[in-house]
Structure formats: structure tokens, C-alpha cells
Ligand binder design. Sequence first.
Ligand code: LLP
Length: 429
Amino acid sequence: MNPDLKYSSRPFRAAGARGVLHCDGVSLEALAKQYGTPLYVYSAYEIVERFLLFKSAFAVRDHLICYAVKANSSLAILKLLADQGAGFDIVSGGELARVMAAAPEAAGRVVFSGVGKTAEEIDAALQAGILEFNVESESELQLLATRAKKRGAKARFALRVNPDVFADTHPYISTGLREHKFGIDIRQAPAIYRAAAKIKWLEPHGISVHIGSQIRSAEPFGAAVRRVSKLAAQLRSEGIALKSIDAGGGLGIDYHSGGDGSDAAAKVAEYAGAIEKSLDGFEGRLLIEPGRFIVAQAGALVTRVLNVKKNGKKTFVITDAAMNDLIRPALYQAYHEIVPVKPRAGTARAVDVVGPVCETGDFFARDRKLKPIQPGDLLVLMDAGAYGMAQSSNYNSRMKPAEVLVEGKKHRLIRRREEMKDLLATEIY
Ligand code: LLP
């Protein structure tokens, strides 16, 4: 790592006489030429830097930052973060297998969240010796006890409680209200802890909460943590001393201006301040599960323009990337800034930037004012490091893109582009 490199914004900047967009010290034009498009490009420095922002913001207390694997589960990125001491928040046996492949030494720093864990997944996590199961229902707690008994080992658990806190975000990624499928009603939690404390195979270890994703204000995090701290204090007075509070993930980024790198430190500090204040004398360890904030702005999707066509009054810029590569605009009406790798002179005009998939919903931007674009040009979809590749699919029998990790002036392929043979590999006919 380069300790002198302090980012004030995204790692993607125009450089050189021709103003070509670079990721750190590497030209995106060169990367597109070498690896083809669509191509995900990430800055290792930016990922580490963002992780370290959390570390320093919570330095005053015992804490563990459990990176939410779902945001970007590429093995090289998991390894990069594990090397910095990160823990991991997983939600499936597949994510556990990823952590075990990339960084088996981090098994004891894993928390397992999710509303529907199978017996096989629980067994694998017990076998790996993870830190804690974030349990989301009484029946799941029973299943956990049964599986732990079978192994003759105690299972550490936290109840994921539902604090009934509203967070202003897209309805698909808001989770902290009583009407959502997540967690256990906080009012029922004390009785469940009391009963579990009597079961030999269960260790009440912590309490967890996660109110949603892409939340830009610190206030709801504080409100949620205040509620769980109160519960932890109550349990302590009854003789159930929990070792950790897990505040979940959810801190959002600025997809519109993007240039909030210097602001990023302030955002994390504000978030940490709200949590710190609400912990209210809790002396155990704090866990957090950030995903998006660590990887989103460190990554971008580079795509080549296949065609520019006019239908009626509209101009469509058709790219070789599509909704199967980055589904966020189609699924959440999400905004991603679009920047040309080499800007052309001229007046900006409103265009739709769309992929080749046979759905009207396959768009990256609608009526976006962009400078002139021609077939063959390279465009960059910004802030695609989180929930981009991780949510990609083979829809329309399209092959998934390649991924490249940039480290200063160096770069390496961390996932090869899928080939036709990969597409057909699992099928029987
Ligand atoms: N912990 C739990 C239990 C979660 O469910 C999530 C995200 C996180 C942590 C990490 O949240 P983050 O820090 O990344 O906001 N696909 C959507 C986001 C879905 C988030 C799901 N849960 C998107 O592209 O916006």
C-alpha cells in the first residue's frame, strides 16, 4: 500500500495531455484494450483507504469491521480486506466458502446474517468456527441449538432485532421497520435471550441490528443503536452480559457528485459519532458491517459504445454493458454518473444510455445530458464497485464481465471474462 496516497475523491481522474480517464496510475483506455469490455475496474488503494476510515473512526474502542461480502464478493477484494484485519458479514454458505477460500485465517472474524439459513449452512459455519450467528427468528435459534448439539459445541449467537426505526432510502433496501421480513421484534428479544441462556448449546454473545442500505444520514443509525444498547443494559442487569453490539451496515454514498472523498472521512466520523454516543456506556465490542461505503466508489464499469441511434426525438447510446452487468438503475432507479474515457468537444445533449438486452428496463441513464458520443467510444459507469458484479447475471445468455484490480501503477486481472463454455457448463441435455 502507498501510505502517502490520500484520496480526496474517487480514484478515477483524467490525466495526461489527452485527458484520458485513469484509475489511479492506469489508463482505462489501456485496460479496455488489454482486457476487453465490459470491464469492472477497482482501485485497491481506495478500498483499503475507505476501510481504514472506519478503523480510525472507531479506534477508541474495541471494534471489528465486518465487511459485507454481498457488496462485492470477489476473492481478491476479500483477501485485500482480510489482510487489513477485516472481519466479514456473510449471508450464505457460498459467501462463507468465499471467505474460507480467500482468507481462511479470518474465519473467527465472520458473522453470519440472513433470514433463511439452512442446516447445511449452519453446519459449515460451525465447522469453520465463525464468531457469531446473527439469528433472525426463534425457530432459527432452535435449529442452531440442534446443529450445535450434534457437533457437541456451543454456538455463539446474537439476535438480530428489529428496532422499528425508519431510514430514508429506497423501499427495496430499507429493513428496520416492524413490517419488514428482517429481525425479531425488539420487544420480544429479552424473553428469547432468557430462554436461550438456559440452553447448553447456545451462548448469548451479542445483539445485532441492520436498518437498511444507502442511508445518508447518521441519525437513524444512532437511534437504532440506542435501542439495542438499552436492551443490552437491561439484559446485563439480569445477568446476561453480551460481549458485542453489531450496528449492521448501511452508510450511503453520494452517487450524484461523487466528489465526496474528503467528505468521506467526515461522513464516517459523523456516523461513528452517532453510534458512539448511543452505545451509552456499553463496554463490549462494537461490530459494524459496511459494504457499499468501502467498495462502491472504488470501482467503475467500463463499457464500449456499440451504436448511437435515433428513434423519433430520442437518441439512444447503446453500450456493450447491459442490465445483466449492472442492474442497479433497472432495479432501484439508481443513478450512476456516466463519464467518457476521452471527452469529445461539443454541446451536451440529452440521450438515453442503454444496453443490448431485450427489455425497455435495460437502461443506465435516461435523458442524461452528455457531450457528443460516437460508436467505439468508451464510457465509464461510476460508483459501480458495490452491488455491481455481485448482482450480475447471465440474462440473455450474456457472459459476465472481467474484473481488474489496480494497485497504483500496476494492475492485475482478478476474474477472467466468462467464455461460451462457462455459459453451458452446468447444463444437462
Ligand atoms: N449487513 C446486512 C445484514 C445487510 O443486509 C447489508 C446489506 C449490509 C450489512 C451492508 O449494507 P451496505 O453497507 O452495503 O449498505 N443491492 C442493493 C443493496 C442491498 C443491501 C442489502 N443488505 C443496492 O444495490 O443498492
